[in-house]
Design a binder for this molecule. Structure first.
Ligand code: C2E
Ligand code: MG
Ligand code: MG
Length: 702
């Protein structure tokens, strides 16, 4: 323990002295100072004691009976003892003193009369020095351990460190940094010049600038750049550094770390790529297209130009997928992408934004003509034949165009309007492009809303059949009902079939809807029969789409299911349906007629079919279109047409029904021409099932 003067007055001291009384005298003196003292009278005894006891200091008599001082020190070292020692000798010999100090002695005292007085000071000082030395050793050890740990951590984390002396322009790399750069054996002489030779030339300005900023401002350096490795490969590294100033406040040293971030950068790039590019075609995706369009808008504001947005949708691509498989579909999309690439300029953006949807952003176009010619070019290049899996395919596309700033001020509006225009192009029989116009907006929006709710109408049970009576004016009785479809839209109310049947046909929904109509109408007719009401014929309208499927099977199974006799079911078709696939229809109509169903031609007179031609089909009835009936009184042409239809139908032994009869004059005229079946508001509007039933029960009065 050091006392208040800093003297150390505790410790274990071994006095090695063959003169036992003198040894005891020395020990006694030191004990009085507070030390624990032991004595040994020979070198061997002292070494034995030291081997088993802790000691703070050895006082060593230079001349021992069994060994010299040097020999004793050598033995002590061999034992691994680190105990400091002070040599005591009878001779005042400075050579010996130097020699002993060289051997590691802490001090040297002569056995003279002043010895006992001096000894405590020497002992205390030696112990003090030993303590300082020990602390220093511990600190050094701790430091080297922590350095070891740091360098191990850096090695594991693959962090290299470097120092750049700004005053001498010397550069130092840690071994780990060399290893990051791939130098495993011989390491090059590094210098700033050497470093710049390794950095990717494109990154040199960035590196220089970052260093200059750090040196000037003292701000931390934080920098990522590409650098060549020993093998010539390139890696991406991130470096951070701090500036150290000298005592005069001048920049002296840059101390930094360096990390290989190649993998991380690659992963980041991959993520970026995934987020912004389409995997199939490698084109920008919707995400990136949005950004590019935004940039193009900003740029065009500056340059006072326009931006063209072309939304392209391949026509009937679904069919390719369905008939040739998705692999072929994918290949086709890639080829389309390749062709489109050729059409766009470097500054434009071509993106794939959906299954078969592409967007071309034409940045800075002078006028609409520029956009038109780009769209024409695209249509032309798409219409050239494709060869996919050794098959030649023909494809067309519909393009909707919106132009900034006329058709929208922002990305969202422009894309929405291009989309609407594209729908318009599809409507115009595809393979064309349409510019957005604002009336389009309303029309197409309505249609889109309708389409999405139509898809859900069946499952939500929103359809209903109304029934319009067909009256035999001679018998004065209801002989039939025509089932007319109604859609009770939850928001839009009752929607008439003219509005949604075309859409149902286009989307293919007509198949399931049409089947529902036949089933519901048959079930209704049967239930009226079962209720004992006069049996009537039930007429159902058919769409052309339904005609192409196995309609005969559908009808047969519905008749079976509902129990309605086939002769009570009449199917109404239009002339155009009939003419479109005459040969196929012939078979289908024969099958239906063979089952016992009756067939009629609806809206007759509006198509181009000749009555003679119609004779080839097993048709039982013609329905004179409403348009001739409407003006039959005032328009002699309509009157003549109506009369001819009625006469010819009779010649061909077909029945005739006049539609749309609203007043008695019309009725009387038609009756006078020999038409006995009448359908129209005069007798009844189309009615909901309950009202139609009441009408049937009570009969028609006129
Ligand atoms: P359509 O088959 O010619 O049906 C007759 C249409 O004329 C009905 O219109 C009916 O309400 C209307 N009408 C009947 N009498 C008069 C009259 O005296 N004056 C006037 N102004 N109109 C009269 P609705 O119900 O709107 O049906 C329109 C068309 O929708 C139908 O014409 C038919 O082509 C089609 N349609 C109706 N239901 C179905 C269906 O279930 N499937 C298919 N594919 N088409 C249907
Ligand atoms: Mg009809
Ligand atoms: Mg009609």
């Amino acid at each position: 323990m050091p006392d208040s003067d800093g003297h150390i007055t505790s410790g274990i001291i071994l006095v090695v002295e063959d003169n036992i009384p003198f040894g005891e005298l020395v020990a006694g003196t030191l004990r009085e100072e507070g030390y624990q003292c032991y004595t040994a009278s020979s070198g061997a005894a002292a070494l034995a004691w030291l081997a088993t006891h802790p000691a703070s200091l050895v006082l060593l008599d230079y001349t021992l009976p069994d060994m010299t001082g040097e020999a004793f020190i050598a033995a002590m070292n061999a034992q691994g003892s680190q105990v400091p020692f002070v040599v005591v000798t009878g001779r005042d010999d400075s050579n010996l003193a130097v020699q002993m100090i060289k051997h590691g002695a802490s001090d040297f005292v002569v056995k003279d009369t002043a010895l006992l007085d001096r000894l405590p000071v020497v002992v205390s000082r030696t112990l003090q020095e030993a303590q300082v030395k020990q602390r220093l050793q511990q600190a050094e050890q701790a430091l080297s351990q922590s350095e070891l740990r740091l360098s191990r951590a850096q090695r594991i984390a693959r962090i290299g460190s470097w120092e750049w002396s700004l005053q001498t322009n010397e550069l130092y790399f840690s071994p780990e940094l060399f290893s990051i750069l791939g130098y495993t054996k011989a390491t090059p002489q590094v210098s700033p010049e050497w470093l710049y030779q390794q950095v990717n030339p494109a990154d040199i300005p960035v590196v220089r600038k970052a260093l200059a900023v750090t040196i000037e401002s003292g701000r931390c350096l934080d920098l990522t750049f590409r650098i060549a490795t020993c093998s010539g490969d390139e890696i991406v590294v991130a470096s951070q550094a701090e500036l150290e100033l000298d005592t005069a406040g001048r920049p002296e040293l840059l101390v930094g770390t360096l990390l290989d971030v190649t993998d991380r950068t690659k992963a980041e790039q991959e993520i970026h790529h995934l987020a912004n590019y389409d995997a199939l075609t490698g084109l920008p995706n919707r995400n990136l297209m949005h950004d590019r369009l935004q940039q193009a808008i900003v740029q065009s504001v500056r340059m006072q130009g326009s931006v063209g947005v072309l939304l392209l949708d391949l026509d009937r691509f679904k069919g390719v997928n369905e008939s040739l498989g998705h692999k072929a579909g994918d290949q086709l999309l890639r080829t389309v992408a390749e062709r489109l690439r050729v059409c766009v300029r470097e500054s434009d953006t071509l993106a794939r934004v959906g299954g078969d949807e592409f967007v071309v952003v034409l940045s800075i176009v002078a006028d609409e003509d520029g956009v038109s010619s780009a769209a024409s070019k695209i249509l032309a290049i798409i219409s050239e034949p494709f060869v996919i899996e050794e098959q030649e395919l023909y494809l067309t596309a519909s393009i909707g165009v919106a132009v900034y700033p006329t058709d929208g001020a922002d990305v969202h509006t422009l894309l929405k309007h291009a989309d609407l225009a594209m729908y318009q192009a599809k409507d115009m029989d595809r393979n064309n492009f349409q510019f957005f116009s604002s009336d389009l907006n309303v029309k197409v929006m309505e249609r889109m809303v309708l389409e999405s709710s139509l898809r859900r109408a069946l499952e939500r049970d929103e359809f209903e059949l109304f029934y319009q009576a067909q009256v035999d004016v001679v018998e004065r009785s209801i002989i039939g009902f025509e089932a007319l479809l109604r859609w009770r839209h939850p928001d839009l109310g009752m929607i008439s079939p003219d509005k949604f049947i075309p859409l149902a046909e286009e989307t293919g929904l007509i198949l399931s809807i049409g089947e529902w109509v036949i089933r519901t109408a048959c079930r209704q007719a049967k239930s009226w029969q079962d209720a004992g009401l006069p049996p009537i014929r039930m007429a159902v309208n058919l769409s052309g789409k339904q005609f192409r499927t196995k309609l005969d099977q559908v009808v047969a199974s519905i008749l079976l299911e509902t129990g309605l006799g086939a002769s009570w079911l009449e199917l109404e078709l239009t002339e155009s349906i009939l003419m479109r696939n005459a040969a196929e229809n012939q078979q289908l109509l024969q099958a239906l007629s063979g089952m016992g169903c009756s067939l009629s031609i609806d809206d007759f007179g509006t198509g181009y079919s000749s009555l003679a031609y119609l004779k080839n089909f097993p048709l039982g009835r013609l329905k004179i279109d409403r348009s001739f009936v409407r003006d039959i009184i005032t328009n002699p042409d309509d009157r003549a047409i109506a009369k001819i239809i009625i006469d010819m139908a009779h010649t061909l032994k077909m029945e005739v029904t006049a539609e749309g009869v609203e007043d008695h004059d019309q009725l009387e005229l038609l009756k006078s021409y020999g038409c006995r079946e009448i359908q129209g508001f005069l007798f009844s509007k189309p009615l909901a099932a309950a009202a139609a039933e009441a009408l049937l029960r009570n009969g028609i009065k006129f």
